[in-house]
Design a protein around this ligand. Sequence first.
Ligand code: SF4
Ligand code: SF4
Length: 280
Amino acid sequence: MKIAILSGKGGTGKTTVATNLLSVSDSGVLIDTDVEEPNSHLFLKPQIQKTEAIKKRYPIVDESLCDLCGACGDFCRFNAILPAKKSVLVFKELCHDCGGCQMVCPNDAIRYKERSIGMVYSGHTITGHEMHYGELTVGEISGVPIIERLREITMDDDLVLIDCPPGTACSTVAAIDSADFAILVAEPTPFGVSDMKMVVELLRDLGIAMGVVVNKDGLGDKDIYQYCESEDIQILGRIPFKKEYARKYAGGNLISQVDDEYKSIIEGILKQVMSQKEVV
Ligand code: SF4
Ligand code: SF4
């Protein structure tokens, strides 16, 4: 079962829920697909056993063959290649490695070169679980190839927890593409509900079943509960707003390892999600 853990915005406790779910699972694997800002490894403290550079190609133009016909620029919908007056300009960060410019070039003037856009790190956590996380190189625009590699590595694992990027950008879509179920982590505040609605719409568009974990329960108002009831979305668990939890989190702990009450809430959430297995 592939379980995506999502949020409408950053800072709602998504990674805290994902990492603690892993720690209470018997044999789960976690992938951190928030490649622009991965931080699950800060809590899971893996011993890295493998690193892999993720590469993408970009076009190189042989000026001796190019007659500046413009076909490559007309084809590229990402504006990554631009025939100018005297030469063809290539913006490699914008290139999506589709191969199209080479196909349309009438003079066979285009070749490709590889470059690294980020890394995937794999190892075993302090809880004895397997984890993989990606890191996008600063300045790169799209982490989707890294996310796809993380999904590929764990394709055959039985229980995969996917710590997703926040929001509804294309990186989130890439992360949840193969998910069987989504846990939406949200705070009971007006902003929390508003950001959450966009993720609910995305999940419905993709046909992925979902439930909500309310983090910092008791902090805000009741809107989130009314919204979930009106939309028929199951509340999988409520994590109370407690300074004690914040203190343990700030100390870099997996809270479920140092707090029995928190652990039993997380175990309850996992049990509820696993019971969906027959449904999905
Ligand atoms: S490979 Fe595709 S995205 Fe990259 S420059 Fe060529 S047409 Fe554009
Ligand atoms: S399509 Fe080929 S020949 Fe035409 S401008 Fe691009 S690189 Fe040059």
